[in-house]
Design a binder for this molecule. Sequence first.
Ligand SMILES: [Zn+2]
Length: 335
Amino acid sequence: MNTSDYLSVPERIWSEFDGAPGGTSLEAMCGELFSQQLFNWQEFALAHMNMKGAWLREIASGQHTLLVQFNQGRTVSATAALDAGTIRRRPCFLCVYHLPDAQKAVLYRKTFLILVNPYPIFSPHYTVVHVDHEPQGLDRHIGDLLALAHDLGPAFTVFYNGPRCGASAPDHHHFQVCPAGIMPVEKAWEEVARETPIADREGVAFGVMRLPGRSALCVEGSAPEALEVFLKRLMGAMGEVMGSAEEPMLNLFCTKKEGRWRLLVFPRRKHRPDAYYREGEDSILVTPGAVEMGGLLITIREGDFLKMTPALAEEIYREVSLPPEEIDEIVNRVK
Ligand SMILES: [Zn+2]
């Protein structure tokens, strides 16, 4: 697939955002796409309605809050086989040719297609798919991430799942978008993060937010170039500490508010917890990605939804996250 492929299926493009001054805002374009898809794509409307009616409960984890959602619509994504062989054999569901007939897109700066997520967790929930079939990777797309958060504005948060920790299409680069402020970790950021700055230089503030069972590295700044340089250095340090030649395992949130970008990075050491592979009562089908690390646990079976406790959540977090001493080591290398 190459960049001109979307041009050969023009009926796929609902609208185009090119950033021209005075044009329709990206927020408005996405809102129009969302309404259009609800009216014209029956399967999506049904999936969205089911999600809106999904059970949701709040559990307290220390001074923090976790949310648990029972969402059977996520079954395919949560249980997807992600080994290289399976990925190679299946048709890529993010390539423009394989999208359902009723699916439309906002063409974003001729680089990404913004789509409604057909298996939503949020309302709205968008998937932002690169126009090329190229592997999931953050390094080459930090500028795109910052631009997207800027163009979407403060009402939205962009999130990213590394290819080995939550991305259900590791072979096709994509981001996702949810309403800003909906993730428990964003509330924790407001209340806690500002108390723990470690370094503030070259216009980039950096700190660690300790949460039950996991830590988030917090990065904030108003200059995109400085942020990109810092994030690359941070990923380099993570790779050294984690002993990884590939992209270090991570999930990330990014939002832009009051002129500053805020990023939360969750370093990971494992994709799925052992309990995922157990049988019987000890089994729990949770596949942690950015959403789960951010404090919203998606369960696809009623039993898992009911049995989730703060202690169980914390155990899952501890298992899939980098231990505190390695977080400290990353901090020492970048500060
Ligand atoms: Zn693809």
